[in-house]
Design a protein around this ligand. Structure first.
Ligand SMILES: *Cc1c(COP(=O)(O)O)cnc(C)c1O
Length: 389
């Protein structure tokens, strides 16, 4: 039982509404896979995978076989796509739990072929990733013919989908994306020439969807007789990626419609008064310039509160912003509540979310810590319990 007062509240209703809103942005006939990798971006796979399915998602995306098995336990009917590779010895788990793997390395194909043959239940469906320029994962042009040859008659694998990852969909001019889609188009031509007839074209993250690329991807899919599937993640959690250099209007409008799913909270452990000149925390990096009142909190960097936020960020208590003073400790942090009346032990403190009329966003955390909202969410520690609200 976890009762330490540092917790995350998850609004499954907001998640479901975000999914339905994103569906309304997808062109008719375009499928949306709900990305629930990394414990649903730190929001809890168990809570969010179930919410996605309630909202109508037929596909869930994870990045490991372990997460796939966890998703299957919650969602017996959903298709579960394992995006970041199947490792030696994992083929049987993929087949036994009815997961669908993204593949690109010959040895991954062998692992799954062996598992599919051993299970004797017919060919295993896979999605083949094409490297269209990110140089991360996927088959390059030179190896495509050799990989396609493995899907012929009598293969233990069935090429169900072709995917690629757009790595600059948040660049407003769309030039990089156009180049990637052109390389994808060429690969699709070669796949068709090989007579393989996959069903799905699986391309595009939140940025692609919010920028209105669903129609473009849908048209590319149609050209090759495929159905299009986009894979939003961050937007499902209520956050629209920032576009550089300028935000397309569609993105601004979408941001206004998305609802935050997560609030991160803690409580005041106690309040103390210190005299002018008192030092606060490790190495005394903060010195009281006047008599002050300080509130101790049950949250630290081991919970995911970035240590770089010490002396440079504020949290919410009694509906007001209170500065974090001194270094953030592993399990504790200190707020300056001198200017806020009545703060006492047990008061709720909002680390990320809304209190009164004030809001702290994942972008606020990201900016202060020098990172991105994706990392802010996924670094919230596993010991911070996720509560459905
Ligand atoms: C994480 C991920 C996504 C979703 O990205 P967001 O920017 O969070 O929408 C889509 N596709 C792949 C391959 C990913 O790894």
């Amino acid at each position: 039982m976890r009762t330490r007062p540092c917790w995350v509240e998850i609004s499954a209703r907001s998640f479901e509404e975000n999914y339905r809103f994103l569906m309304s942005l997808a062109a008719p006939g375009v499928e949306l896979l709900a990305m629930v990798k990394a414990d649903a971006y730190g929001h809890s796979l168990a809570l969010c995978a179930a919410a996605a399915v309630r909202a109508g998602a037929r596909w869930l995306g994870v990045t490991s076989v372990e997460e796939g098995v966890a998703a299957r336990a919650v969602c017996p009917e959903a298709r579960v796509l394992v995006m970041s590779g199947v490792f030696p010895g994992q083929g049987a788990a993929v087949v036994d739990h009815g997961l669908t793997a993204v593949v690109w390395e010959p040895w991954q194909l062998e692992e799954l072929e062996g598992a599919a043959r051993a299970a004797g239940a017919g060919p295993a469906a896979v999605h083949l990733e094409i490297d269209t320029g990110m140089s991360r994962q996927g088959v390059g042009t030179d190896e495509l013919a050799a990989v396609l040859a493995r899907f012929g008659e009598g293969s233990a694998l069935r090429l169900e989908g072709v995917m690629t990852h757009l790595f600059a969909a948040d660049e407003a001019d769309g030039r990089v994306t156009e180049g990637q889609l052109a390389r994808l188009d060429e690969a699709l031509g070669r796949i068709e020439a090989g007579g393989l007839g996959p069903e799905w074209l699986n391309v595009g993250n939140s940025a692609a969807l919010l920028a209105g690329q669903a129609a473009r991807i849908g048209a590319l899919a149609k050209r090759w007789g495929l159905k299009a599937m986009l894979r939003p993640g961050l937007a499902l959690y209520g956050v629209a990626p920032e576009f550089k250099p300028e935000e397309p209007e569609a993105v601004v409008a979408a941001r206004a419609r998305l609802q935050p799913v997560l609030s991160w909270k803690t409580r005041v452990v106690g309040v103390r008064s210190v005299p002018s000149g008192a030092v606060v925390g490790y190495n005394g990096t903060f010195v009281a310039s006047e008599p002050m009142r300080l509130a101790l909190l049950a949250v630290g960097y081991a919970d995911g509160l970035d240590r770089r936020l010490g002396n440079r960020f504020s949290l919410l208590v009694r509906g007001e912003r209170a500065p974090l003073v001194g270094r953030i400790s592993m399990d504790q942090a200190v707020l300056d509540v001198t200017e806020i009346d009545g703060v006492e032990a047990g008061d709720e403190v909002v680390i990320l979310g809304t209190q009164g009329g004030e809001t702290i966003t994942a972008f606020d955390h990201a900016e202060a810590a020098g990172t991105i909202p994706w990392e802010v969410f996924t670094r919230i520690g596993t010991r911070v319990r996720r509560v459905l609200v």
